[in-house]
Design a protein around this ligand. Structure first.
Ligand code: HEC
Length: 211
């Protein structure tokens, strides 16, 4: 090859420039995102996630829950997520700054979970009820029985034991992984406002159309 070094230099710079654009460019745009201080509520959002929920994130990742569930709400015009009650606003990058490995997901065989904690709170679902859901599974949602241990009843049953499901003389208790997973699921809330999550809407679109 006549211009070998030039060719490799060209190849290197083509790869280098696209890498810089993709990795460095995006990191400068999003890597330094800080929480947003909401003056009306006198608190910063998103809130840090508790340690047990961070452990639950790892369980969620290990079990591949993201293969059926997403955690990102699209705005109207890009899908019916809000109409389905999955969130009141679109998800934005700032929502995930405290998650070490955001589980955005790509497939929706089950519902989006970005606001599962908010939904569960509104419906008054206790951690025990969510644990029972994981044990039982439901309509397309697999049962995660291995997250529970069957123990021989010895005296008083454990306060954490599931109601039903265990044969007489035994009890089913959630493992630490199950409890962390439920703490994580219940921590999933995008119910605060972020300025960039509000899409631009013309003041009165009907008036504009009539003109
Ligand atoms: C094979 C696909 C699949 C996998 C894997 C899966 N799910 Fe689901 N999940 C579903 C479906 C489908 C539903 C809806 C079930 C229904 O209609 O009752 C659901 C429902 C749920 C709900 C209730 C959502 C709501 O809004 O009421 C939660 C919470 C949930 N799944 C958590 C998990 C977790 C945690 C994991 C991983 C341990 C997981 N799922 C793995 C398919 C899946």
């Amino acid at each position: 090859m006549k211009n070998g070094p030039l060719f490799f230099l060209g190849l290197f710079s083509a790869l280098g420039i696209s890498w810089a654009g993709l990795v460095i460019g995006i990191n400068t745009q999003l890597g330094g995102l800080s929480p947003y201080f909401d003056e009306a509520q006198e608190a910063a959002f998103p809130a840090r996630i508790p340690g047990i929920a961070e452990q639950g994130l790892r369980v969620y990742r290990d079990l591949g829950c993201a293969s059926c569930h997403t955690q990102q709400v699209r705005r109207p015009g890009f899908g019916a997520d809000q109409a389905r009650g999955w969130g009141e606003r679109q998800s934005v990058a700032r929502d995930y700054i405290y998650q070490s490995q955001p589980q955005l997901g790509t497939m929706r065989i089950g519902p989006d979970l970005a606001n599962y904690g908010t939904r569960a709170e509104e419906a008054g679902r206790t951690p025990a009820a969510v644990l029972a859901d994981l044990y039982n599974g439901h309509a397309g949602m697999p049962a995660y029985r291995f997250l529970f241990a069957q123990r021989k009843l010895d005296g008083e049953p454990s306060a954490k034991a599931l109601v039903g499901g265990a044969p007489a003389g035994y009890e089913l208790v959630p493992t630490a992984r199950a409890e962390a997973l439920v703490a994580y699921l219940l921590s999933l809330k995008q119910s605060y406002d972020l300025p960039e999550a509000m899409p631009y809407e013309p003041a009165d679109s009907t008036k504009e159309a009539a003109q």
